[in-house]
Design a protein around this ligand. Structure first.
Ligand SMILES: Nc1nc2c(c(=O)[nH]1)N[C@H]1C(S)=C(S)[C@@H](COP(=O)(O)OP(=O)(O)OC[C@H]3O[C@@H](n4cnc5c(=O)[nH]c(N)nc54)[C@H](O)[C@@H]3O)O[C@H]1N2
Ligand SMILES: Nc1nc2c(c(=O)[nH]1)N[C@H]1C(S)=C(S)[C@@H](COP(=O)(O)OP(=O)(O)OC[C@H]3O[C@@H](n4cnc5c(=O)[nH]c(N)nc54)[C@H](O)[C@@H]3O)O[C@H]1N2
Ligand code: SF4
Ligand SMILES: [Mo]
Length: 721
């Protein structure tokens, strides 16, 4: 149904959460996107994904009825909602009864609204009683989150609004290609330079973002930790530390200093491939102005040492007094639409709403009271995302899975193995808007409403809580995720002696948000003072916001850090090798990432014609020298082989990449799936997998798919590795 007036709302995709107006559409499209110039973050600008987002609302390929796998045909067949919810409840309950509560798992997503993420975490702990819940944010910014907690005692991606960025003196942007991943945000960097500030970009590729830099450092993938330590070494050697700040506002400097001093610039040059004069230049640019920032994204974070790497960049900020002061600080550019809020309210394995710890007795008591349950019934922490996927269908792991808001068949590391684990499940239910590659494997598929058809809040990369408004009536066959949880609770409750369990899972988002506010009250991410009306009036409210009269907190840490003593903590870190290094059999490094026109696993954007035309399929970026040594020409299929498997995609020859590195975007399933290759080596603290570096070899392939590269004597991929 077409709406009558324009509705101010936000994009369904990335963490910038650009403001837009949805006006009545014409013809086939129910809605038209219009500029919302008064929203401060993007001031009207949108990327192609945001502009085309309504296409999926009326698309013929969206799901509009539940599907159940037929025993007779093995195919997914249309079913009623009653049948579908009965089947899901039975599939979950059957496994719980036979094998215990932890035999049932839940997997969520950072794209889910705060209301959904909160309800999903509560559903796992209260309706299923399982500890086995985690989400795709583990694959996203978990390393930065862990480093934030360790150093500052609090994790909010950016401790300041983006509007501060153009006003600082220097920005080091580490492993972010925001020209493609958040195009409207590029403006903040352009303005920085117009204001006389400088930009340093650290990326093994000369990306569209790196093109904007005054200084581009192109390290070997997986060596950012050495780089940050080398810069800190030079800061000390050149007498550029801020001793007053170190003495007054930090602890732990002597050990961190000693660790950095072991990383001589010449050694760092050998490890990273960045010449010493460029390291010196970076230090000069960073230290010369009054204020400076370091911003990281997935490049340095998606490594098996991502937490320590971010810690090293934070140490650099602290040693130079560039944190906890106006226009200075460290920040993480969070990725998913609700990547920030999605990590605060309890869909993470070790967490309760308000960014509370599941192991903290006081936190358990507070949340249990809001939920009306006995704290002793709340399970403890469960497995992290990859460990959870890896355990599915094993003797000790979950046998049934409810998945909402992720497509791990495309996006999880070592995806071939993850696919096998999903296949080994007794029961899989997926709630999605389209038949994603993961939904296609399910026993039951639940078709849910999309962004413009429901109301809910997201928290953008700045920590600004925003309101997405319903602008359109959903098609009759779909229900919201909140409805799904309500319907399942109604079916699961009676067997557990809770005849009205569904009352704990309201379907009205405003009611859920009010409860989330109470559950988060007094916690680190305190939303208690926020309500929908206020968000609408104020263009968003920055958390923490403990009371209705509180102004919200755009800038954190200006007076004190969130640690017990109010001081930021230096953490001594040492460089270490990646999970896999190049060797004779796998002589190159693979790194992975994104292109502007596709989003994540591509489940949504591959179904939008305009985006698909712009980015129709996978490719392998190779340097001309590497192409020459392979005898490969532009567009020729290349096989990229790692210890996990083999992927084939056309060559894209470019001198913007290091000659020892190849790059693949990860948006596609099938033969060109980058995650067939990636290494699930996990960071010991954050449990982040190493998406950004693994060892590979590259071979040319003829049209029939046969290798044509002369044999190097290397073994073929060991799929079981
Ligand atoms: N178009 C588009 N936009 C998106 C998304 C999308 O899928 N598509 N996803 C959203 C989400 S969830 C996220 S998390 C963000 C991600 O946003 P970004 O972090 O900007 O995206 P990536 O392309 O994964 O990685 C950024 C850069 O890291 C570089 N890199 C690779 N290895 C290394 C390394 O070892 N060190 C360093 N320093 N850099 C390295 C890559 O070359 C790449 O240019 O984007 C959000 N926006
Ligand atoms: N090789 C490699 N792999 C990566 C990365 C990388 O850089 N390299 N990056 C990682 C990162 S940062 C991320 S964030 C992950 C993301 O990867 P995924 O977790 O797969 O994320 P999406 O593709 O956004 O999947 C979201 C799914 O949920 C559906 N969906 C959207 N909105 C809703 C909703 O409201 N409710 C429900 N029920 N479903 C919804 C979508 O249609 C889609 O099928 O990928 C990770 N994988
Ligand atoms: S930058 Fe992100 S939020 Fe903005 S329009 Fe593009 S995908 Fe949407
Ligand atoms: Mo992400």
């Amino acid at each position: 149904m077409h709406p009558a007036t324009a509705t101010p709302t936000h994009c369904p995709y990335c963490a910038l959460q650009c403001g837009m107006n949805l006006a009545p559409g014409r013809g086939e499209s129910p809605l038209a996107v219009e500029e919302r110039a008064d929203f401060p973050v993007n001031r009207g600008a949108l990327c192609g994904k945001g502009r085309t987002a309504p296409a999926l609302l009326s698309s013929r390929v969206r799901l509009t009825e539940p599907l159940i796998r037929s025993h007779a045909t093995g195919r997914l067949e249309p079913a009623t909602w009653e049948e579908a919810l009965d089947t899901v409840a039975e599939g979950l309950d059957r496994n719980r009864r036979a094998h215990g509560a932890d035999a049932v798992a839940v997997f969520g997503g950072g794209g889910l609204t705060n209301e959904k993420a909160y309800a999903l975490g509560k559903f796992a702990r209260v309706a299923l009683g399982t500890s086995q819940i985690d989400y795709n944010g583990r694959f996203c910014m978990s390393s930065a989150a862990a480093a934030h907690q360790r150093a500052f005692g609090l994790d909010r991606g950016l401790p300041f609004p983006l509007a501060d960025v153009p006003r600082t003196g220097c920005v080091i942007l580490v492993g972010s290609n925001l020209a493609e991943t958040m195009p409207p945000a590029l403006r903040y960097l352009t303005e920085l330079k117009e204001n006389g500030g400088t930009l340093i970009v650290v990326d093994p590729r000369r990306t569209r973002t790196a093109e904007q830099a005054d200084l581009h450092l192109a390290p070997r993938p997986g060596t950012d930790l050495a780089l940050a330590l080398g810069l800190l070494h030079l800061v000390v050697a050149e007498g550029r530390t801020d001793e007053e700040f170190i003495a007054g506002r930090t602890t732990g400097w002597p050990a961190a200093r000693a660790a950095a001093m072991a990383h001589w610039p010449e050694h760092v040059e050998r490890v990273t491939g960045i010449p010493v004069p460029k390291l010196r230049e970076a230090v000069r640019m960073f230290c010369a102005p009054e204020s400076a920032m370091v911003l990281t994204a997935r490049g340095p974070e998606q490594q098996s040492k991502g937490t320590d790497t971010v810690g090293a960049w934070i140490n650099l900020c602290l040693a130079t007094g560039r944190a906890g002061r106006p226009l200075s600080g460290y920040g993480c550019l969070t990725g998913q639409g609700n990547g920030q809020g999605g990590r605060e309210h309890g869909q993470k394995a070790d967490q309760l709403p308000g960014y509370r710890k599941l192991t903290d007795p006081a936190a358990r008591a507070h949340v249990a009271e809001v939920w009306g349950v006995d704290p002793d019934t709340l399970p403890g922490p469960g497995r992290s995302a990859y460990e959870l996927l890896d355990a599915l269908g094993t003797d000790t792991g979950p046998r049934a899975l409810l998945l909402m808001g992720s497509n791990p068949v495309v996006s999880a590391p070592r995806a071939g193995h993850v696919e096998e684990r999903l296949r080994a499940l007794d029961f899989l239910a997926v709630a999605d808007v389209v038949l994603s590659e993961t939904a296609a494997m399910a026993d039951v598929v639940l078709p849910v409403t999309q962004w413009a058809e429901e109301t809910g809040t997201t928290t953008n990369l700045e920590g600004r809580v925003l309101l997405r408004r319903r602008a359109l009536t959903p098609p009759p066959g779909v229900r919201s995720d909140l409805d799904v949880l309500h319907g399942l609770a109604a079916r699961l409750g009676p067997g557990q002696g809770h005849p009205d369990l569904e009352k704990k899972f309201p379907t009205d988002p405003a009611e859920v948000f009010a409860e989330l506010g109470r559950a988060s009250a007094g916690g680190p991410a305190d939303y208690a003072g926020i309500d929908y009306g206020r968000i609408a009036r104020e263009d968003g409210v920055f958390w923490p916001c403990p009371t209705p009269g509180h102004p919200g907190t755009p800038r954190l840490f200006l007076d004190r850090f969130a640690t017990e003593d109010g001081r930021a903590r230096f953490v001594p870190v040492e460089h270490r090798a990646a999970g896999e290094e190049a060797d004779a059999a796998y002589p190159l490094l693979l790194t992975t990432g994104r292109v502007v026109a596709q989003y994540q696993s591509g489940a949504q954007t591959r179904r939008v014609d305009e985006l698909n035309a712009a980015a129709p399929g996978p490719f392998v970026e190779v340097h001309p020298r590497l192409a020459e040594s392979l005898g490969a020409v532009e567009g020729q299929p290349l096989a990229v082989v790692s210890r996990r498997g083999r992927a084939v995609a056309p060559a894209r020859i470019t001198d913007t990449i290091r000659a020892d590195t190849v790059f693949m975007p990860f948006h596609w399933p099938g033969e060109g799936r980058a995650n067939t290759l990636t290494n699930p080596a996990l960071d010991p603290v954050s449990r982040m997998p190493e998406f950004k570096v693994c060892a590979v070899r590259v071979e040319t392939v003829d049209a029939a798919g046969r290798d044509t590269t002369p044999s190097t004597g290397a073994e073929t991929a060991d799929a079981a590795a």
